[in-house]
Design a protein around this ligand. Structure first.
Ligand SMILES: C[S@@+](CC[C@H](N)C(=O)[O-])C[C@H]1O[C@@H](n2cnc3c(N)ncnc32)[C@H](O)[C@@H]1O
Length: 218
């Protein structure tokens, strides 16, 4: 089954994919979390279909670049999960080829990656150790339940492969993993319209994200 999953899943991804959403993290979400969580000094972000890790590592680089969480004992908890075991293995290794750098500024590539061998770039170990990877099937509610109290969940470019019932199940289970007023970021071409009414829409700049209402408890 694992081999079949590795064969049939579409793992297309690259660093800093969907630039407006990455700008949203940099300009809005990270400063907002810095302010909102200043008492507990912890942020929790989960990339829920992370493929080879480019997505959560992009967030890790943005966090490092922002300098927002370096002073006074902040805990930055970043999680990357996927159903595809090969993708998770690649993510843990942190080795990438040219394809992964389509959306990357050259200065950022040179700062955080070193050429390991011709055509293969290795991610800075300091960024690598910021992200915890594990296997997780989004159709398994028991696995999703283990992911608690997230400030932000990225679930980008995977719901498009599910039917409406699947989208509903997965988005509603992810809701339970968010803190009240936590955010769900799906792909720019994806929508939860006619899928679920649990979330409220939170337009931020020119990007639409979904939010668990503040007053809701588990
Ligand atoms: C097209 S990639 C998107 C990667 C990344 N989120 C991005 O936007 O660049 C879709 C990923 O979803 C994963 N996937 C598909 N079905 C899944 C499921 N049921 N549970 C967890 N991950 C799944 C695939 O293995 C693949 O890595």
């Amino acid at each position: 089954m694992r081999e079949l999953i590795n064969l049939i899943t579409v793992n297309e991804t690259y660093f800093f994919r969907e630039a407006p959403q990455m700008a949203l993290f940099k300009d809005e979400l990270l400063p907002l979390l810095r302010e909102k969580n200043r008492q507990e000094k912890t942020i929790r972000i989960w990339s829920a279909a992370c493929s080879n890790g480019a997505e959560p590592y992009s967030i890790a680089i943005l966090i490092r670049e922002s300098g927002l969480f370096t002073d006074g004992g902040w805990r930055v908890e970043l999680y990357g999960t996927d159903i595809n075991a090969e993708a998770i293995q690649t993510a843990r290794l942190g080795l990438y080829t040219a394809n992964a750098f389509r959306g990357v500024d050259g200065a950022i590539q040179n700062k955080y990656f070193s050429l390991k061998e011709p055509g293969v770039w290795e991610l800075d170990p300091g960024i690598r150790q910021m992200v915890h990877f594990s296997l997780l099937n989004l159709y398994n509610p028991a696995q999703i339940k283990l992911m608690r109290n997230m400030d932000v969940i990225l679930c980008r470019n995977v719901l498009i492969y599910f039917d409406t019932e699947g989208k509903k199940q997965v988005s509603e289970h992810l809701y339970g993993s968010l803190r009240p007023s936590g955010y769900l970021v799906i792909g720019q071409s994806e929508s939860l319209f006619k899928v679920t009414t649990l979330y409220k829409m939170a337009p931020m700049g020119n990007v639409l994200v979904y939010q668990r209402p503040a007053e809701e408890a588990d």
